[in-house]
Design a protein around this ligand. Structure first.
Ligand code: SF4
Length: 123
């Protein structure tokens, strides 16, 4: 093979290798950015402030106990975290108490003291 033929094939080979090298580098860096973003998002979702009783939801005073650390990564593992208790489920006033089938009172089954049920039990 003469030196002239090598000179003819050398630029396309260099361009081909450069393009594929740059494309590979781009894909690798995009994958790394996606992985780091996912890890950071998981860490941010672990901040417990939105489930805490001391969180006010007001941007001027986010937390009444630790206003500086609230909603930041410093709040991870906060010692003052107090979970919000679940609200007490309310009974539907349209449903029957279950004591009798005649009324639509909202008295719970634990205390069957509705007037219709007590009249029925006396008879
Ligand atoms: S007490 Fe801690 S967990 Fe609760 S809102 Fe304040 S900083 Fe967040």
């Amino acid at each position: 093979m003469s030196f002239d033929r090598v000179l003819i094939w050398l630029p396309p080979i260099i361009c081909f290798a450069s393009i594929w090298g740059l494309l590979s580098l781009f894909v690798w860096s995009a994958w790394q950015a996606l992985r780091q973003g996912t890890v950071h998002l998981k860490r941010l979702h672990a901040i417990p402030c939105d489930r805490c009783v001391y969180f006010t939801g007001d941007f001027r005073l986010k937390c009444t106990v630790r206003p500086v650390e609230a909603m930041t990564e410093d709040a991870l593992g906060c010692r003052d975290f107090e979970p919000i208790s679940k609200p007490i489920p309310q009974r539907d006033p349209q449903k029957s108490c279950g004591t009798c089938s005649k009324c639509n009172c909202s008295i719970s089954k634990a205390k069957p003291t509705c007037a219709t049920a007590s009249k029925a039990s006396r008879l």
